[in-house]
Design a protein around this ligand. Sequence first.
Ligand code: ADP
Ligand code: ADP
Length: 233
Amino acid sequence: TDAVVLEGVSKTYQLGDQPVAALGGVSMRLPRGSYTAVMGPSGSGKSTLMNLVGCLDTPTSGRVVVDGQDVAALSDRERTRLRGREIGFVFQTFNLMPRLTAAENVALPMVFQGVSAAERELRARQLLDRVGLAERANHRPRELSGGQRQRVAIARALANDPALLLADEPTGNLDSATGRAIMSQFADLHRAGNTVLVVTHERPIAEHADRIVHLLDGELERVETIDEPRRPH
Ligand code: ADP
Ligand code: ADP
């Protein structure tokens, strides 16, 4: 079965009395265990697509089906549960809680999944270690650089070992060594059978995926298959 199915998905935002068409009739499938990159110029609908797949928003028309469930048919509460259980999301703006330390931010999704405090603490530190931030575990976001915040956001997205990992420009602010380390985390998750969807402007990053979906003006321009994804070592 598919992790995600989009059927004729359109999204129109209302900007004052002006409708803005962000997506116009996009259909695609993300098979379980697939690794997909999304590319396209600024304004082509990439973030809108991610927000729909991530159950943060619902389409104006068409259907978004995540883990077999039509997202629009779920209550807010059910949608939040689905998100917490299935989806790890790395936002462009990181969305970290300013009053919590890096470790507490990473542990937060585990609180909602009922993981014990001791286990959360241990796992948060392991995740921070994996993204190379062990020594910053007790820092608050404002004490961290942009790239460090991004790594906290990635560690948090991995907290519940999500079946579906969504990342919007995950390497955008990072130096190339850190960027490679992050992509190798994603490759690990993919190898472990998880479904990965990554938005990127960088062609070499996109080539880690099995296929690249190209968006243009809110439409699916073409899908490119990558024969030999360049997996990081
Ligand atoms: P991308 O991520 O590819 O840059 P977006 O999905 O952010 O594209 O945006 C697609 C289109 O929708 C753009 O024209 C953008 O200005 C518009 N848009 C996105 N979000 C909103 C919003 N909340 N309100 C109004 N227009 C929006
Ligand atoms: P960037 O410009 O790359 O975002 P910053 O100039 O914000 O980086 O930070 C550089 C380094 O200083 C980082 O390693 C960050 O963790 C550390 N740092 C920044 N602000 C603080 C602070 N208030 N307390 C402790 N360390 C800090």
